[in-house]
Design a protein around this ligand. Sequence first.
Ligand SMILES: Cc1cc2nc3c(=O)[nH]c(=O)nc-3n(C[C@H](O)[C@H](O)[C@H](O)COP(=O)(O)OP(=O)(O)OC[C@H]3O[C@@H](n4cnc5c(N)ncnc54)[C@H](O)[C@@H]3O)c2cc1C
Length: 448
Amino acid sequence: MYDSIIIGGGLSGLAAAVKLADGGKKIALFEQAPRLGGRCYSFVDKTTGDIVDNGQHLLVGAYYNLMEYLDLIGTRNLLSSQPRSKVIFFEAKRGMSAFSLKELPKPLNLLFGLFNYKHLNPIDRLKLLRIGIELFNWAASTELRLKKLTIDEWLDQQRQSEDARKYLWHPLAISIMNESPKIASALLFARALRATFLGSKNDSAILMPAVGQSDLYSEPAIRFLENHSAEIFINKQVASLFLRDGEIKGVKLQGGEIIESKSVVSAVNSHAFSDIIPEEWKREKPFCDIEKIQSSPIVSVNLWFDNDFMDIDSIGLIGGNIHWFFNRRRIISSEKKTGYLSGVISAARDYVNLTNEEITGLALKEIHGIFPQSKKSKLINSLVIREKRATISATVDAEILRPGVESQINNFFIAGDWTNTGLPATIEGAVLSGFKAASRVMSLLSNQ
Ligand SMILES: Cc1cc2nc3c(=O)[nH]c(=O)nc-3n(C[C@H](O)[C@H](O)[C@H](O)COP(=O)(O)OP(=O)(O)OC[C@H]3O[C@@H](n4cnc5c(N)ncnc54)[C@H](O)[C@@H]3O)c2cc1C
């Protein structure tokens, strides 16, 4: 009999498992895939031997729960930090301009950073203050108001110009929310901005993994869990929860085997959740509407060149097809002389059905526009990765459908980036939800 069974080995499941194992609990984790990490993994590209992530992830210092998770599994030192959050944006007509925080106390660091952002004229820069004031004077009434608004409606209310949207808010919103500002929740976006820019000094630091995602998040977690006598089962799909006399007694695996436990944590993604819960729960709140939560895709395009022409770590594109290019040679340091870039398209509904050649062609055209010297470089390999269900579509309507950690059954808890974490669907949300579920399991077990 396990203290807890965790269903799903993404970051929320791993976080719950690590926390419970650290607390001395006897746990088992079941993952249907042949590897752990869920939507955060890496692999070695056969042609080049390079480590490829399923999509370049960006982290910030405000990811406190993630930092705690990495401390537990011992890999926090594998993040490289950029304390002043320098982000370079490129637009075909206006060229490059950098936004970075200044070495000043908050909120002056942010204000001076914005005032120096050359893609906007001085009047538009001044108008950004309205948003700054809104975030600085945050109150319960702000939450209530923003809850009903999309990002674009909020920007309308704050009288942000077309240029401010195009050159600043929309690129930030699409990256943070993985959704169009036309439908994404203003509340989640504003909370993310506040946490990143108005928290403590390190909260706004941009952090990037200096290793592949599996080496940062999953492989060390497996070692940690095995050292703490936890049992990990991959290629094992949970078919359903196992209930007896209205109580959860464990899980039933695909194939019929029943595994018993004192508690169960679901850490599966939103679309898999309905498959494991009993039919009658699907007719009741809060689970009756879960299938209405939609997904939003991310497309990544990895390009290898015969030389490395990109002399910066990353660049954001304004008005292009690709939103970001990352220089993987600089992010994951390497002696190789070839160039390796990874492009990311968020909220990529218009791109997922294009062919690999079409996506690669779009990316190449944009690289040639930003780095004219790249026209002399030869493309030697390319790889397109489509994550059709990269995150939930974080709309105003979806926000009220996200369930909390507790269910109607006292020994069943729900984790995952799609649950009601108060955050957009991010790694931080995933880890936070896993920790919350673990803490509920600990309380339950301590009362037995
Ligand atoms: C391309 C891409 C880029 C991203 N970029 C960022 C970023 O820059 N910053 C950021 O913070 N976040 C980013 N995210 C989001 C982040 O990756 C996710 O929020 C996080 O990984 C979600 O973790 P999770 O544990 O909630 O879910 P998942 O990772 O989906 O884990 C759920 C697991 O449950 C398993 N499972 C499902 N059903 C069953 C079953 N019946 N039995 C057993 N196992 C089951 C699945 O196989 C899966 O492994 C990105 C995501 C993608 C895809």
